[in-house]
Write a new protein. Structure first.
Length: 107
């Protein structure tokens, strides 16, 4: 998005395509989560200096993602809010999952 003109362009990710429900862009690393379509989960992409093109470097599916709605990052951990709006009464409307992000040292 060009903040001066408010024009939006589609990000070119080398043939990858997904409609994200939530995104986070610290620096040139894009974290995107989607809860509709297949597969549910998250994508990590490294973008060019102009933030117009990039490549998906990691796909995150399965546990701990349910219906991811929004990502956040703290340190090297990635946190994802999972929607539970269709859950039974009395339960919280969401859960939060945490996973090691791509910058975390692998254990």
């Amino acid at each position: 998005m060009d903040t001066a003109t408010r024009m939006i362009e589609q990000l070119r990710l080398g043939g990858e395509s997904f409609g994200a429900d939530g995104m986070l862009l610290p620096g040139r690393t894009l974290y995107a989560v989607l809860n509709c379509g297949a597969p549910h989960g998250g994508y990590v992409a490294e973008l060019d200096e102009e933030l117009r093109t990039g490549a998906v470097t990691e796909r995150i599916t399965g546990e701990p993602f349910g219906l991811p709605a929004g990502p956040a990052r703290h340190g090297c951990r990635l946190y994802v809010v999972n929607s539970r709006l269709d859950g039974p009464p009395g339960l919280p409307p969401c859960t939060v999952s945490a996973i090691d992000g791509p910058t975390c040292p692998r254990r």
